[in-house]
Design a binder for this molecule. Structure first.
Ligand SMILES: Nc1ncnc2c1ncn2[C@@H]1O[C@H](COP(=O)(O)OP(=O)(O)OP(=O)(O)O)[C@@H](O)[C@H]1O
Length: 825
């Protein structure tokens, strides 16, 4: 049994002691891969195995120089591979930490937010609607506390949990009310922990792009094998030694396949995720980072996203004699009687605004509540769109000792039109206030003999209430939202507002933040009526009176039309739609825990512009992967073409096996990784999104690869033929290496004129280093001996330099935004 906590909660010191004793409140993580295992995994890669075979063959024939080169390449590849993998894993772990679950606990007498992993047995959890319970425990007190335990027990109906002593389970979602829970068990011994036990968490870390690239890699490998078999056969036909040809063919196969593709992509995504985090967007998975670049539609909620989320009562109907209205508004209300910093996200800003308003009118909220103790309640929810409470009615009600107060959206609280003059008047006033962008609430009261039984509440409030008045609340539009919508518009992303609010209010707020339909036409507002979704709803720009389950339908509908949907959501019931969306977006500060945990992207600053920034990052990553792909494929192609062309021009083996591998090491190593750091193109966010599902080589990229590969090969062959060096192979070797590096420079992102990029230019640094190494290979004696090169004549060097420039210029054509960025008007 856990020590009973006082109202103060644990002290920090006690919590720290318990954290050490009980261990962190988290599920056991799969152990990290050890360095040895990582190295082993690299060494058993099929391409490395081929290299090891080459090493065995060269050793057998006593060709120790080539063996040394091969082993150098294996060492280089393995080191780069392992380092990249570790870096990528670290970034993912850092993201996990940033996006980790949080909990509010009472410590040292105050409620504060801590990472859920620091919750210990004996802690007092403060919970409110939208929270996910961080641990198992028992309810200390609850107001209308209701939990959804579906994730744990499979029970689909919410359970009431307001009675003290009720046992509650970690992982349950608080759907209503608030309260405090004394923590019993945490971590592996909690309900969540027991479920997780025995389940190996096999979260596939492969993204769709990685899958596509893996498939591409297999096709390329096949093509390379065929090409190498041809090279081998041609060599034999010309009477070259079979062993030499075998080694050459195998080396070529290794060089032609861009084996580092998957890891370059992972690292690119991980780097991108880190940059996103610096821009306040925490991506909770690598696939999310990639998908962001492809988003075509952003569905946003209204309060707190398009508006400030700070509500204030601006107008009332009637204008006078408001005392009874004010008293009723604070009775049917869960906000604290005095503004309370501890209230947490469970406090509804609308209810807090009503309390403020009543207090400003001189109402003593605590006294009113004490005078009419609450006997029953149906809290507000997005489906009923109203809240009802029953209270002791005081002495003036005769037999009808119970006071019922109902407040909510006009159409749910007001009787049908024509029922009463007063109600019709209220309705007209409310409509008018809504079209001015105000959020409207009708309050009605009545007398009853008793509190209704469970399940009869709705029948009870259905009739005979007196309309006390209408409150209209203002929520100022956010300037930042206007910028964000303009940014989306420029980037070709359609924006749609989904809200539970009145169509008039929604339309006005949408207009205030500059939302228009496609092509700048005025926004179209739709209100769902029956079941099923029709085309109208999917084409609307504002969907008002939209229930959470309808959001799910809409997301699915858009997706079936091929849209890639990002959706912001915050409500207790938004979880399913957030999960269904390609990118679920939650607000880090204001958002509920359940929304955060369902989301793929958490905005640490609650600013919609951050979504636009994240899309920019996503597009940048995708473009950089395409840059690397173009570079690596063109290089591999050039190498194969040179080897095929050799026999035709009378050079049986234009490059020796060791030379091929050396070029492979230089060009694929650091420059490949450095592509991931290229900035986004200046105009990347001024064009449409890429076509969903398109191949990563779409937009003419593969044609470009063929052209650039052919040009690099032609330049190399030209040097081989035309430069009359004593050893033309060395000049060709330098040319092939430098020309590929020229391609890398040509494929760089454009920088906006007159700006200096913030960080170091890693690509230029990597290319510079590789170029020096390539020159060293023909000028530094030990390397020359190893690679069997000679130093080319000045003419040979000049030709190689010129080839690099030409290759770079040709690649520049490929780097035009229209091709590399798949620019779409
Ligand atoms: N606490 C409340 N008590 C009673 N009625 C409420 C309460 N909050 C909102 N309403 C009514 O229910 C309607 C829908 O509100 P809800 O909060 O579900 O909208 P929403 O989808 O969250 O809106 P948004 O997109 O602006 O965030 C409001 O227009 C209002 O009339």
């Amino acid at each position: 049994m856990t020590t009973i906590a006082s109202r103060e909660g644990l002290t920090d010191a006690e919590a720290a002691v318990r954290l050490v004793r009980e261990g962190p409140n988290e599920l056991p993580r799969p152990p990290r891969r050890s360095a040895a295992r990582r190295v082993l995994a690299q060494l058993t890669d099929p391409l490395v195995l081929v290299l090891l075979v080459v090493a065995a063959v060269t050793t057998a024939i006593g060709d120790h120089a080539d063996t040394a080169v091969v082993l150098l390449v294996v060492l280089g590849n393995t080191t780069v591979g392992v380092v990249q993998e570790i870096r990528a894993d670290r970034s993912v772990e850092a993201l996990d930490r940033l996006g980790a679950a949080r909990a509010r606990v009472r410590r040292e007498g105050t409620v504060r937010t801590v990472p859920a992993r620091e919750v210990v047995p004996g802690d007092v959890l403060a919970v409110a609607a939208g929270d996910v319970l961080a641990a198992d425990g028992t309810v200390l007190w609850g107001e209308s506390l209701q939990l959804d335990e579906a994730a744990i027990t499979g029970e689909s109906l919410p359970v009431e949990a307001h009675r003290p002593g009720t046992e509650v389970l970690s992982g349950s979602v608080v759907t209503r009310g608030r309260g405090e829970v004394l923590v019993g068990s945490t971590g592996p011994s909690s309900a969540m922990g027991r479920i997780a036990e025995g389940l190996v968490r096999t979260r596939s870390r492969r993204t769709p792009l990685q899958h596509q690239l893996a498939a591409l890699g297999r096709r390329l490998a096949l093509a390379a094998v065929v090409a190498c078999a041809v090279v081998f056969a041609l060599g034999l036909l010309r009477g070259e030694p079979p062993v030499l040809m075998l080694v050459a063919a195998l080396s070529l196969a290794v060089a032609a396949v861009p084996e580092s593709l998957p890891v370059v992509v992972t690292l690119g995504l991980a780097l991108g995720a880190r940059r996103m985090a610096e821009r306040h967007a925490v991506a909770r998975s690598l696939p999310a980072v990639e998908t962001l670049g492809a988003v075509t539609l952003l569905a946003t909620d209204k309060t707190g996203t398009l508006t400030e989320g700070r509500l204030r009562v601006a107008e009332t109907w009637p204008e006078q004699d408001l005392d009874e209205l004010a008293r009723a508004a604070v009775l049917c209300n869960d906000a604290p009687a005095v503004p309370d910093a501890d209230a947490g996200p469970g406090t509804d800003p609308l209810e807090a605004a009503l309390v403020d308003w009543a207090r400003s009118r001189g109402v003593d909220v605590a006294a009113v509540r004490a005078h009419h103790p609450r006997r029953g309640a149906v809290p507000f929810d997005a489906v009923r769109r109203r809240m009802t409470t029953w209270h002791d009615g005081g002495s003036d009600g005769g037999d009808d000792a119970v006071l019922v107060v109902d407040k909510g959206a006009p159409e749910t609280v007001l009787p049908p039109p024509g029922t009463s003059e007063r109600a019709d008047h209220a309705r007209r006033w409310a409509e008018d206030a809504a079209t001015r962008g105000l959020r409207v609430i009708v309050v009605a009261t009545g007398r009853r003999a008793d509190v209704p039984g469970d399940g009869d509440e709705d029948a009870d409030v259905g009739q005979g209430l007196d309309v006390l008045g209408v409150l209209a609340l203002r929520d100022l539009p956010r300037e930042a939202a206007r910028d964000a919508l303009a940014g989306c518009h420029r980037a070709g992303i359609r924006t749609v507002v989904l809200t539970g609010d009145h169509p008039g209010t929604a339309a006005t707020v949408a207009a205030q933040v500059g939302l228009t339909g496609p092509g700048g036409r005025p926004a179209r507002v739709a209100v769902p009526d029956g079941a099923g979704h029709d085309g109208d709803l999917l084409d609307a720009d504002v969907v008002a009176r939209c229930r959470p389950e309808r959001k799910l339908d809409l997301v699915a509908g858009w997706q079936s039309r091929g849209q890639v949907v990002a959706m912001t959501g915050d409500g207790v019931n938004d979880g399913p739609a957030l999960r269904r969306a390609d990118i679920g977006v939650a607000m880090g500060r204001r958002g509920t825990e359940v929304a955060r945990q369902a989301a793929d992207l958490v905005l640490a600053d609650d600013d919609l512009n951050t979504v636009v920034a994240a899309v920019d990052e996503g597009r940048r990553i995708h473009t950089n992967v395409r840059r690397f792909l173009a570079y690596a494929l063109a290089g591999g192609l050039a190498e194969v073409l040179v080897m095929l062309a050799g026999p035709v021009i009378g050079v049986a083996l234009p490059l020796l096996p060791g030379q091929i591998l050396w070029i492979n090491l230089l060009t694929h190593g650091l420059p490949g990784v450095a592509f991931g750091t290229e900035p986004s193109e200046p105009g990347a966010m001024a064009t449409g999104p890429r076509r969903p599902g398109a191949s990563v080589l779409a937009g003419g990229l593969w044609v470009g690869v063929l052209v650039v590969g052919a040009v690099v090969a032609a330049l190399t062959v030209a040097v081989l033929v035309l430069v009359g060096d004593p050893e033309p192979r060395s000049a060709a070797f330098v040319t092939l290496g430098l020309a590929q590096l020229g391609v890398a420079v040509g494929l760089r992102a454009r920088r906006p004129r007159g700006t200096t990029s913030p960080g170091p230019d890693w690509l230029l640094i990597a290319v510079g280093g590789a170029a020096l190494a390539q020159v060293a290979a023909v000028t530094v004696a030990p390397l020359m001996a190893l690679l069997r090169t000679t130093t080319p004549t000045p003419l040979g060097f000049a030709a190689a330099g010129a080839a690099a420039v030409v290759a770079g210029l040709v690649a520049r054509l490929l780097a035009r935004p229209r091709v590399i960025g798949e620019e779409r008007p």
